[in-house]
Design a protein around this ligand. Sequence first.
Ligand SMILES: [Zn+2]
Length: 138
Amino acid sequence: MYHHSASTSQPAAGSATGVLDAAPADSKDAILFQRCAWCGTAMYHRLLCPVCQGSELRTERSEGTGTVRHSTVVHRNTPAARNVSLIEMTEGFVVRGRVMGPPVGIHSGDRVRLSTAKDPVRGEPVFQLTDEPYRAWT
Ligand SMILES: [Zn+2]
């Protein structure tokens, strides 16, 4: 068990309890999606449910894991080849984004985990490959 000794010896000024619990640590690095209140279908950036055409959608937050469904290497308008992948998230909706790593190394069925919700250049989600077995992150 490793400890930072500094944090234990200093008396906290006005002990603020509960602050750490309340902080949404990585909320800016999460993908928000919509779920239909009528049929429960999960979707991404839609105004109407693709299944039942319902317009009553709730916003939920993805846990950030998914599976590569399709991956394409793009050489156009970019200094280096990059991949554009469709990621089917655990919640059941599909997101278009980029998977880090060599473009030819991304295959359908690979497990990925969200790395950055919005790429600063393109504003698209960036994923990283996980070679962990299923459920390793839960
Ligand atoms: Zn629906």
